[in-house]
Design a protein around this ligand. Structure first.
Ligand SMILES: [Zn+2]
Length: 205
């Protein structure tokens, strides 16, 4: 690659030279995958990684700096997690995702978690279901809440279902798991058997 020799493409984490279409080297990709589980009430939440260093940077750039092409890699992380835990369904599940506030994706031009869900659907063959939506007029900014109670209050009533869900299996996708308040709020309006996979877990220190 002529251009890649003049402007070598480097891994955003370790700086090693990589093909022009990549943003992480193979080793850094491997390192990033660090699966874990959280149990929230009676639901198991699977995580692909932790919200630290490289992952944090990738998520931030993906969500706020228009690196929309990261969606492909991020969906593969979810796929890897899905396979790693051998998550099993009696019937073929549908994919649900947690959308962002309209005003946010109007500015960015895309709805980040939806982009990951679209790619995840492509790799699994599972249908995507757009039933979860942010309630019209919901405009509270996501200023950081200090306690889980504050966060719960902040997010109460944020999501609605725009279409009826059948009682079947669903995989719910989200990006960063912090207090669990968002997932809990969404689980409250869902029916059926829900399996949750998030990209990463934010462990506050
Ligand atoms: Zn690297």
């Amino acid at each position: 690659m002529f251009l890649n020799e003049i402007f070598p493409n480097k891994c955003i984490s370790c700086g090693k030279k990589i093909p022009f279409y990549e943003f992480l080297c193979i080793e850094c990709k491997e390192k990033l995958f660090d699966p874990s589980i959280t149990v929230l009430n009676n639901t198991i939440i699977y995580h692909s990684s932790f919200y630290e260093e490289t992952m944090k940077r990738i998520v931030q750039e993906f969500k706020f700096r228009e690196k929309i092409h990261y969606a492909d890699f991020l969906s593969k992380m979810l796929l890897k997690t899905y396979k790693y835990f051998k998550i099993d369904f009696s019937n073929e599940p549908e994919i649900l995702y947690i959308p962002s506030i309209k005003r946010h994706y109007k500015i960015r031009g895309y709805n980040p978690v939806k982009e990951i869900a679209k790619n995840f659907s492509k790799y699994t063959g599972f249908k995507i279901n757009h039933a979860i939506s942010v309630k019209k007029g919901y405009n509270k900014s996501q200023v950081e809440a200090n306690t889980i109670e504050e966060r719960k209050k902040q997010i109460k009533g944020k999501f609605v279902l725009v279409s009826e869900l059948e009682k079947k299996d669903y995989i719910l996708i989200d990006d960063v798991y912090t207090t669990g308040a968002t997932i809990e709020e969404v689980l409250n309006i869902l029916k059926g058997k829900i399996t949750v996979i998030t990209l990463c877990k934010n462990v506050k220190k």
